[in-house]
Each structure stands twice: as structure tokens, then as C-alpha cells.
Write a protein that binds this ligand. Structure first.
Ligand code: SAM
Length: 477
């Protein structure tokens, strides 16, 4: 827990303990009216938009923007002038506190970009009289991202790639807390980015999660050649919109004709009916990203996938279990090795992560490797280009029995992958029915989705095998 200092020019950065129900409270009990603030700052908000508590449902929970009456397609919904978005710009006016902040940001790895902007958010949160206080005070007090899950619920995710990411973020926050303390020790209040206040891993985690769950990547400042640099920024009020893969609103960035100012707007992509929430598409993301960055799981999610390791010994075992004689994944011939190099599945810098599910169903590199390694016909393999070998819609490029063997091997890999989850979908569903804590519920929903991806892939591949077999028997007659 943080101990707020008694400095009068600073606001306390204390973070509340994670609550069992999310989305309930904001940083202060009755924050200022965000719509009024945006209008006062020369922004535009459509007269029929209001902030409301959303019902649990397809478009999510928490607060959201809702249409008070029908809004025609193409209408401007919100527009923000340039000074409203919150950005981190290293080139901002130099003062001691800013350069200390820039210094800290240099120690944040690129993939955790949300922490950089999070430092700026923490600075503004600590500053009494911050221009952004009306916005910041409206931010949620807690986030449902897994870095705040109790240890038991991190385990409840049951999925190693996500556990790895969660642990990495937690480790980073603990190390960064030490570094921040070390760097800021002894700084004069004026040079201190957080007004002299101590910052710990939970307040850093709060800021990183506030940014990862609410920032948008838009064009930022200009390169000398006139092109714009992509920059994450927090967009007050616009970030009250929840996510949908079928959005009724979208963000556009416009340049005002007579001056250089970038204007961020939200427009109605479709007609919006009375009482409908305004929803944006945060991206065609898998559930790992939704949970890690935003703290929710999409169900269903056609973009969800399962990550596996390309492991020759596992593939040998899987194909034997599938009844395929003499698989040689572990000892490919030299021409097969060459293709594995081209697929980046062999060699020093190989990438052995392959995926199942999502729009591709079976990652092309895995499919091509199986087709090639299950074939003894070098000439037939060489008569196909790599893209054909990688494509599931290219029907049996190396013959029907080769294709059946490849697909059966993947089905067996799926069976093995499912066996690695300690519980079955039915057990998960009955746990959910019994009622569990909010973090447990999220972890269980996440793992049900992962298992469903595998089950759906098995179903689709089994159907393909049946079709191929019936073709083969027709040809044989
Ligand atoms: C950009 S904010 C949207 C405003 C947010 N509902 C609030 O109360 O401030 C993103 C957060 O909203 C929630 N959210 C957005 N879309 C969602 C969805 N489709 N299902 C569940 N939660 C969603 C998640 O908590 C996410 O981190």
C-alpha cells in the first residue's frame, strides 16, 4: 500500500485493494461530468449521447456511452480538440520533473508501451490542479486484468502462454518499482514527477492497466518529412465506448482545413437505435490480448487461437497415436530439412510457436511441415509452391492419403493439447453455475474459450478427413 505524503500540491496515488466486483467504482465517488468538461473545452458531444451503467450482455459491462434517441448513420458523435487527448511526448517543455519522467520511461521495454504513457497518467493523477483531473477522476479505481488476480486465479487460467505473459508483467512491475524508488530518491519536490510521493508496483500496475485498457494508437506528432508518428493516447469520453466486433461507431482522425490541428472524432458507422450502447472495435484480437490488456474475455471470439510448440517428438507421438506408420518428424531427410528452414521451423533463429484456431484454423507453417514430412515423394512436394503447401484450402496438394495423415496428426495433437488442461469444459461450466469470485469467473471463461478453440478445430478437421475419405473411396471404385 502507498502512504500518501502530506504535500499539499499532490494528490494521493493510493490504490484500492482489488474488489470482488469490477467496474463499480471510479477514482473518486462523484467525479465531474465528463460530457460537460469536453464541451467546455471546445469539444463536441452529440446531444443524444449520455453516460450510463451498461447491463451485462454482448457489449460488456461497466459504464458506457448510450444513445438517448435514434442517431442517423454518419452523424458526428464526439470530437476532441488537440489539447484534450493525454499523450506522452518526450519533447514536451523541459523541466526537472519532466526529464525525470522521460528518464524512467527509457527503462520501459517497447512491448510494455502502456507503462510509458502510464507514467504520464500517474504524474497527472498526483498533480493537484491537473488539466486532466476531470478525466482522471472518472477512471475506474480497479482493473480486472490478470496482474491483479489472486495467485490461485492466475493458475486457474490453465494456459501456459498467458501465465508466462502475466508473470513477465508482474516481474517487470516489481523490478520497475525498485528502479523508480532508486531514481527518484532525494529529488527536490519540484523535480519529482509525482510531487514527492512514493510509487509502488500496485500504483504502477493501476496506471499501466488504465492505459492498456483505454488508450488508442493514433497519429501523433509529425516527422520532419511530414508523415505522422503513431502514438498511443488516452481519449477522454471516447474511451467510455465498449468493444464489439460489430461496432456501430468508429474513430476518425481529421486535419482541420485551416490549421495544422489534428481532430479526433467518433462517427456513427451505422444507424444507432435508442438505448443502444456506442461500441467501437478495439481490434480483431485473441482472448490473450483482451484479458491481459483489457481485463475481459470475448465469447464467442472467432479470432481466438491456441499457441503450441512445434515439437518433432510430440508430432511423432501424435501421428503414431493417429495410426500413421513410420512418421519421421524427428529425423527428416535433407530435402525435408530444407523446407523446414524455409518455414522457419528449423535453424538457429527458428520460431517454433505455431497456432490453431482463429481465421486460419491451422497455422500454415505447421500444415506445410506436416504435409512435407509425411510425404516420401520429393518430386510431388517440389511441384507445389510453399504457399500452396501452407494453405488449408488448397485441397490435398500431396494426395489424399498424405492429407488424411496430416489432418489426423493435427487431430491427435489437439487431443494431447486438451489433455494438458486439468479440467474439462463441462466441469468448468458447472463451476460457473455454482457462482465464483469475479476473477475466478474470468479465468474459467478464458480457459473454456481456449478448450473450445481446440474442440472446434478437431470438429472441422474430422469433417475434412471424412470428406477426403469418401472422395478416396469413390476414386477407388
Ligand atoms: C475503453 S474502456 C470502456 C469503458 C468502460 N466500460 C468503463 O466503465 O469505463 C474498456 C473497458 O471496458 C470493459 N469492456 C469493454 N468492452 C467490453 C466487452 N465487450 N465485454 C466486457 N467488458 C468490456 C472492459 O473492462 C475494458 O477494459
Amino acid at each position: 500500500m502507498l502512504i500518501a505524503t502530506s504535500l499539499t500540491h499532490a494528490r494521493p496515488l493510493t490504490t484500492a485493494a482489488a474488489s470482488t466486483s469490477f467496474y463499480s467504482s471510479r477514482l473518486v465517488p462523484q467525479p465531474p461530468d465528463l460530457i460537460k468538461w469536453v464541451r467546455r473545452e471546445a469539444g463536441f458531444v452529440h446531444q443524444s449521447i449520455k453516460i450510463a451503467q451498461l447491463e451485462e450482455g454482448s457489449s460488456g459491462f461497466g459504464l458506457g456511452l448510450v444513445a438517448a434517441e435514434k442517431i442517423p448513420k454518419g452523424s458526428d458523435l464526439i470530437s476532441l480538440p488537440r489539447h484534450i487527448p493525454l499523450k506522452f511526448e518526450a519533447a514536451d517543455a523541459e523541466d526537472g520533473a519532466h526529464s525525470a519522467l522521460v528518464n524512467l520511461a527509457r527503462n520501459v521495454p517497447e512491448e510494455l508501451w502502456a507503462m510509458k504513457l502510464g507514467l504520464k497518467l500517474l504524474q497527472e493523477r498526483a498533480k493537484a490542479g491537473s488539466f486532466w483531473w476531470p478525466y482522471i477522476s472518472n477512471l475506474p479505481e480497479t482493473y480486472s486484468v490478470p496482474i491483479f488476480f489472486p495467485g490461485e486465479d492466475i493458475k486457474n487460467l490453465q494456459y501456459a502462454p498467458l501465465l508466462y505473459q502475466v508473470n513477465k508483467r508482474c516481474r517487470f512491475l516489481l523490478d520497475f518499482e525498485k528502479l523508480v524508488k532508486y531514481e527518484l530518491e532525494g529529488l527536490k519536490a519540484n523535480d519529482h514527477p509525482f510531487g514527492g510521493q512514493d510509487v509502488d508496483s500496485s500504483s504502477l500496475g493501476w496506471a499501466m492497466s488504465a492505459v492498456s485498457s483505454r488508450a488508442f494508437r493514433l497519429y501523433g506528432s509529425k516527422h520532419p518529412n511530414g508523415t505522422h508518428i503513431d502514438a498511443p493516447m488516452m481519449l477522454p469520453l471516447i474511451d467510455m465506448c465498449n468493444h464489439s466486433f460489430n461496432p456501430n461507431a468508429e474513430i476518425v482522425q481529421e486535419q482541420e482545413p485551416n490549421n495544422e490541428k489534428m481532430l479526433v472524432k467518433v462517427i456513427a458507422r451505422t444507424q444507432i437505435m435508442q438505448d443502444d450502447p456506442l461500441v467501437l472495435n478495439y481490434g480483431f484480437l485473441n482472448n490473450d490480448f483482451f484479458l491481459l490488456d483489457y481485463g475481459f474475455v470475448m465469447n464467442p471470439n472467432p479470432y481466438d487461437c491456441v499457441e503450441l510448440k512445434y515439437d518433432p517428438a510430440l508430432l511423432d507421438a501424435a501421428s503414431m497415436a493417429a495410426g500413421i506408420s513410420s512418421p519421421n518428424f524427428s529425423s527428416p531427410s535433407s530435402w525435408q530439412q530444407e523446407i523446414l528452414f524455409q518455414l522457419n521451423l528449423r535453424g538457429e533463429n527458428s520460431d517454433l510457436k505455431v497456432s490453431l484456431g482463429g481465421s486460419e484454423l491451422v497455422e500454415g507453417r505447421l500444415l506445410a511441415a506436416l504435409r512435407v514430412l509425411l510425404s516420401t515423394d520429393k518430386a510431388a512436394v517440389e511441384s507445389n509452391d510453399l504457399n500452396t503447401l501452407k494453405s488449408l484450402s488448397a485441397e490435398a496438394p500431396l494426395g489424399i492419403s498424405n492429407e488424411v495423415a496430416a489432418l489426423r496428426t493435427i487431430i491427435a495433437v489437439c487431443v494431447i493439447a486438451l489433455g494438458h488442461f486439468p479440467t474439462k469444459i463441462m466441469e468448468d461450466e458447472s463451476l460457473l453455475k455454482q457462482g465464483v469470485a469475479a476473477t475466478t469467473e474470468l479465468a474459467i471463461q478464458f480457459r473454456i474459450q481456449k478448450k473450445s478453440v481446440i474442440v472446434d478445430a478437431m470438429r472441422d478437421l474430422t469433417r475434412r478427413v471424412k470428406e477426403l475419405m469418401s472422395k478416396e473411396s469413390v476414386t477407388a471404385q
